[in-house]
Design a protein around this ligand. Structure first.
Ligand code: GLA
Ligand code: CA
Length: 693
C-alpha cells in the first residue's frame, strides 16, 4: 500500500494546482509561480563552524606602532598584553579570504537614520546602517553563519566563549570571556550580563531596541550569575538550543553596567524617560565592547569612531584587531548610500532599493569602477501587515476597532491579497528579472522555504470584490469606496490608515502602489508616512491599522528571531501584541502557528523542524496571515580597496552584511590605503568627554 495518508494531505494543494492549470477560476488558490532564476553572483565558500575562530593565548601581541609610541610609552595605556583577555578571541587565518592584515585606513559608511542616543538597551536607535551592530558585542554571534554548512549551524561563541548543557537539558551554563575590558578599560563581567537581564529585559518599563523580553528566550526562562565569569540559564524546555540565536545581535548585547546602572531608576532618582535619554548623541566615548568607539558627532553630518584600544579579538599572529583605525557614518539618506558607494565617496552599501539597481549596475560595470557589486539570493521582501489586536493594543477609536475586526476577517484578507497585482508592484520598482511574486510567509531564499507548501491567491479583481462583499462591505453612497455596515462606525467609508517608513524610496513606492490598487478594489487607504524612528515607535505602541514592513530575519533565516513568526508572547509579534494589561487575542489559526513555533524552538530533529516550517508556511499563507508584496535580491557594494570581504556575503540573512563581513577582520593593503582618517593617531577619550583622548 502506498502512503495514502500523505497522498490525502497533498491532494488539497494538488487539486488547486490542476484547476489553475485548466484556468477555470483565476482566483483559485495555487502555488506561487516559479520565479525567474537570478543566479547569485558571489559563490559562498562553505566552511566548518569551528574553522572560523577559537579562544586561546598567543605568545606575543601587537598593536599599531603609533599606539605603543604615543600611548603605551607615555603611560597613558597599559601594554597591549595587559589590555587583552587571558585568552582572546582569535580569528583563524585559514578562514580569512585574504589572510592576516595590516593596520590603517577608514571604512566610510553612509546611513539614512539619525541617532537618538547611545542607550540601545533602553530602546534608542543609533541610526542603523551597521552603527549599533559595530558597537554591540553579544553573547553569541550568528551573522557569519551564512558561510557555515547547514548541518553544522549553531551560533558562534563571542562574549560567551563556551557553554554546556545539564544532562536533563534544562540548564545552560555559559562561560564568559575572562579579563576582557570595555573600551574605557573597566572589566567586562557577569554583572554587565545581569544588568541587561534584570534591569532591561525583565524590567517592564525598559524595552531594548530590538524588543527583547523574557519570552524571546523562552516562556519562563531565568538567568542567574554563578560567578564573575559564569552565568546559568534555566529553561522550561529541555535543550532549547534555538535560544542561542536570541543571544546574538540584537537581543543579547549587554551595555556597560558601570555607566548605565547609576542612571537606572532602580538605582537613582531618574525617571525611565530620563534613563533612556541619559546618553544623547552628543555624549562621546560611550564605553563599548565593539571594535570602534564614537568620538565625534555633528548633527546631520557625521559620526566618527576610533579604534577601541581594549578590543579583545586578535589574529593568529597576535595582532590586536580591528585593522581599520576609523569608521565613518555620514548622516545622509539610504538612497545616497548606494550613490556614494558606487561613486567611491562612500565605501559600503547594501543595495536593497530596486529603484537604484540599474544605475548602480551600470556604474559598477565600468572598468574604472571603484566598488565591487555582487548580487546574492532573493532575501529582501516586503509584507503588508494588519493589526490583529481586537482587545485594545494601541487604544483604537471606533473606526480603528472596526478595522481591526475587518483585519481578523479572512474574507476581507482574501479580498486584499487577490486585489494585489504583484507583477505590477514589482515592475514599478525595477524592470527585469529581479522581483518575484511573493504571496507572504517565509522568504523563498531561506532553506526552510517550500514552494509547494505556499498558498498563493492570484490577482483577480472581480473575485476580490466578491470576497469583500462576503466580508459585509458595500459602497452604500456610491462614491466608489465601500462603507461600513450601517451599525458600525456610522456607516462611513471604510478608511484604513497605513503606516509607512518615509526614509526609504522603496517603502514609499510600494505604499503608493498599494493605495492605488486598493482604490480599484474600493478600499480607501490613507498613508501615515513617518521617519524610521517615529515609525517604529508607532508600530510598537500598536497605533496603526495596516503597515508596510521590510522582512526581518524570522522570514529570511527562520532560526534567527524565530519567536517573531507568531505571537508566542505578549510582545513578540510585529503586528499582534497584547494591550498593557491582558493577553493576545489569538485567532484560531494563530494558535496553530504559535504551537508550531513553540515546537520548532524545542525540537532538535532537523527533519521535524523542516516539516514544522512547511506546516507554518501552509497555514500562514492559506489564511493570509501577512500579505506579501514583493521579493527580490540585494547586492553588496564594497570599495575595491578592502580585503577579507567573504565572497558571496548576502546583504541580509542571519544579520545584515555589516556584521556578516566581520568588519574587525577587514583591512586595506598598505599600497591601497587612503587618507580618510579624520583623527589620525588618536584614541577614544574618557566616557562623556568631548572628542578623543
Ligand atoms: C538599515 C539598512 C540596512 C542595514 C541595516 C543595519 O536597516 O536599510 O541595509 O544597513 O540598517 O542595521
Ligand atoms: Ca462609499
Amino acid at each position: 500500500m502506498r502512503n495514502l495518508r500523505s497522498i490525502g494531505i497533498a491532494a488539497g494543494l494538488a487539486l488547486s494546482v490542476s484547476v489553475w492549470a485548466l484556468n477555470a477560476f483565476a482566483s483559485e488558490p495555487t502555488v506561487p509561480p516559479v520565479p525567474a532564476t537570478f543566479p547569485a553572483e558571489g559563490k559562498i565558500r562553505y566552511v566548518a563552524r569551528d574553522s572560523i575562530l577559537e579562544f586561546k593565548a598567543l605568545p606575543a601581541y601587537h598593536e599599531p606602532d603609533w599606539v605603543t609610541e604615543k600611548y603605551v610609552k607615555t603611560g597613558k595605556l597599559p601594554p597591549v598584553k595587559d589590555r587583552l583577555p587571558k585568552e582572546p578571541l582569535v580569528f583563524k587565518t585559514a578562514n580569512m579570504p585574504d589572510g592576516t592584515g595590516v593596520y590603517g585606513d577608514t571604512m566610510r559608511h553612509v546611513i539614512g537614520g539619525r541617532p537618538e542616543g547611545w542607550n540601545y538597551g533602553a530602546g534608542q536607535t543609533q541610526g542603523w546602517g551597521g552603527i549599533d551592530i559595530g558597537l554591540s558585542e553579544c553573547l553569541t554571534r550568528t551573522a557569519p553563519l551564512f558561510q557555515v554548512e547547514a548541518k553544522d549551524t549553531e551560533p558562534l561563541p563571542n562574549l560567551a566563549k563556551s557553554w554546556d548543557w545539564s544532562t536533563d537539558g534544562h540548564k545552560l551554563t555559559m562561560h564568559l570571556i575572562e579579563g576582557a575590558k570595555w573600551s574605557d578599560g573597566v572589566p567586562f563581567n557577569a554583572d554587565d550580563v545581569m544588568f541587561y537581564w534584570d534591569d532591561e529585559v525583565m524590567d517592564p518599563n525598559v524595552s531594548p531596541l530590538n524588543g527583547a523580553t523574557q519570552d524571546t528566550f523562552g516562556v519562563g526562562t531565568t538567568l542567574k550569575k554563578i560567578d564573575d565569569y559564569t552565568v546559568e540559564w534555566t529553561f522550561k524546555d529541555a535543550f532549547p538550543k534555538q535560544h542561542l540565536y536570541a543571544m546574538a545581535y540584537g537581543t543579547f548585547c549587554p551595555g556597560p553596567s558601570h555607566i548605565l546602572k547609576p542612571q537606572h531608576p532602580k538605582y537613582s532618582k531618574n525617571t525611565y524617560e530620563q534613563f533612556k535619554n541619559a546618553f544623547p548623541p552628543e555624549y562621546m566615548n560611550m564605553p563599548v565592547m565593539g571594535a570602534w568607539v564614537p568620538v565625534e558627532y555633528r548633527a546631520d553630518d557625521i559620526i566618527v569612531m576610533r579604534r577601541n584600544p581594549y578590543y579583545w579579538k586578535v589574529d593568529e599572529k597576535g595582532n590586536q584587531l580591528p585593522y581599520l583605525n576609523e569608521l565613518h557614518y555620514k548622516l545622509s539618506t539610504w538612497a545616497d548610500r548606494d550613490v556614494q558607494a558606487v561613486a567611491g565617496s562612500g565605501d559600503f552599501s547594501n543595495l536593497e532599493q530596486p529603484e537604484n539597481f540599474v544605475a548602480s549596475l551600470k556604474r559598477a560595470a565600468e572598468a574604472n569602477a571603484p566598488a565591487r557589486l555582487a548580487f546574492g539570493p532573493r532575501l529582501i521582501g516586503y509584507n503588508l501587515r494588519l493589526n490583529f489586536s481586537a482587545n485594545g493594543w494601541g487604544n483604537p477609536d471606533e473606526r480603528g476597532q472596526a478595522i481591526r475586526e475587518l483585519n481578523r476577517n479572512e474574507d476581507f484578507r482574501k479580498a486584499v491579497t487577490m486585489a494585489l497585482d504583484r507583477k505590477a508592484l514589482g515592475s514599478s520598482l525595477v524592470k527585469g528579472p529581479f522581483t518575484a511574486i511573493y504571496p507572504g510567509g517565509l522568504s523563498s531564499g531561506t532553506s526552510f522555504y517550500d514552494r509547494k507548501s505556499t498558498v498563493y491567491y492570484p490577482f483577480d479583481l472581480e473575485a476580490a470584490k466578491a470576497e469583500l462583499a462576503k466580508a459585509g462591505l458595500k459602497d452604500t453612497d456610491g462614491d466608489g469606496f465601500v462603507n461600513f455596515p450601517s451599525g458600525t462606525a456610522g456607516g462611513k467609508n471604510v478608511e484604513i490608515v497605513m503606516l509607512v517608513n518615509n526614509d526609504y524610496t522603496t517603502d514609499k513606492s510600494l505604499a503608493e502602489g498599494v493605495v492605488a490598487q486598493m482604490e480599484k478594489l474600493g478600499l480607501r487607504i490613507v498613508l501615515n508616512g513617518l521617519n524610521g524612528t517615529q515609525r517604529d515607535a508607532t508600530q510598537y505602541s500598536g497605533r496603526f491599522d495596516w503597515l508596510i514592513r521590510r522582512n526581518e530575519q524570522e522570514l529570511t533565516s527562520v532560526v534567527q528571531n524565530t519567536v517573531q513568526l507568531a505571537p508566542v508572547g505578549p510582545k513578540t509579534s510585529w503586528d499582534h501584541r497584547a494591550p498593557e494589561s491582558g493577553e493576545v487575542d489569538l485567532m484560531p489559526f494563530e494558535k496553530d502557528l504559535v504551537d508550531i513555533v513553540n515546537k520548532f524552538v524545542s525540537s532538535k530533529d532537523n527533519d521535524q523542524r523542516a516539516s514544522l516550517m512547511r506546516d507554518f508556511q501552509k497555514i500562514s499563507t492559506e489564511h493570509v496571515y501577512n500579505i506579501g508584496l514583493t521579493e527580490y535580491p540585494g547586492a553588496l557594494i564594497v570599495n575595491k580597496r578592502f580585503s577579507n570581504i567573504p565572497q558571496g556575503t548576502p546583504i541580509f540573512m542571519f544579520n545584515w552584511a555589516e556584521d556578516s563581513i566581520i568588519r574587525e577582520r577587514v583591512f586595506v593593503a598598505a599600497d591601497k590605503q587612503a587618507k580618510y582618517e579624520l583623527f589620525p593617531e588618536e584614541l577614544p577619550g574618557k566616557p562623556g568627554d568631548k572628542g578623543p583622548m
